[in-house]
Design a protein around this ligand. Sequence first.
Ligand code: 3PG
Length: 410
Amino acid sequence: MTARDYLTIDDFDVDGKTILVRVDLNVPMDPEENILDDMRIKSHIPTLEDLEDAKVVLLAHQSRAGKSDFTTMKPHAQRMSAYLGKEVEYVDDIFGSHAGSRIASMEKGDVLLLENVRFYSEESLKRPAKEHAQTHMVKKLAPLVDIFLNDAFAVSHRSQLSITGFSEVLPSGAGRVMEKEITSLDKGLKGSECPCIFVLGGAKVDDSLKVAENVLSNESADRMLLTGVVANVVLAANGVDIGKVNMDFIESQGYLDQIERGEQILDEYDGNIGLPVDVALNDGGKRVEVLVDELPADGFPINDIGIETIVAYSKEIRNAKTVVLNGPAGLSELDPFALGTHEIIKAAVHSDYSIAGGGHISAEIRNLGYDDRFSHLSTGGGACIDYLAGMSLPGIEALKDAASRYRHNQ
Ligand code: 3PG
């Protein structure tokens, strides 16, 4: 994509203007609402610095309805204030009269952060941009602002209201995070030399399998190494008895139907997919290595890939020219089960171009002090791999449409 496909902050006179900026501040939080990793919050500071002469209204989400960390944006505003060196005011309203009056009384240099946009249930509906533009949220907020910027690359693979709705009705462009992501990921794609390996992990099984299908069918990857919950699902699809506790977990996450999808992927791309040959079980916090063929039916939860798998995967990863890591290999927040994730990270930095996406794995990379050794650490998880898989991202498509409309009207 060329920079001319979409507009950026440089295309607008932002002085004194009210700018609505969709940011991605979705961060891991503990039950006491402490922020465990603030990379995403920090990432938006350059955008805010370039808008210092504007009035900035931030719109963001935290987690998803039903999850324990689905909470308000107050802690995020506090953390952002500390990084920005001035107050980012938290407003506990999205588009009601309280938000409206606060926006209307803003002064140049002010920054507001509105409430968790996913508290409004219509936000999470997957609908075309034109329908989103007809919602109360867009009708109430759009008249109060001059420009919309999408800086939320990490959620731009979702056709959600705050991602695509505003660019239908407002002059719109990309913030600095969005620009950097597009430029860096395009560089990775252009330079992507064979062999190119995707290492998929984490718990978003449906997203990972969608990417596996895309990347293998359009040949943007030569190999796909599976770890994490997605590996367990595909092991089950391959006829391995992963044990009741692990099947129950897959069911509790709503992923039982993904087993059939895993079977189809194995039928079509068997030779391109790497699966764990052994795993680490969590026996009361203790790491127990077991071959997948010897997993007990009534055993313990699988919390990491096993040592033999780590050795085999690391060898493949070290020999790759391009490596894309997405999602941790296991429960990396528990020391005994961080081994797989850490060894994969250490192997990946040997490739010519290394990209990592997703909050958990990026946090581990920073914990290890390896952030400077990666070619690009994406703020996106699903968005990053969708982009690299050549899929069009609704949030980016909306910016392209907005750029054509803006130029046409100039
Ligand atoms: C992410 O964490 O990947 C983004 O914030 C998107 O979140 P979602 O997967 O809940 O839509």
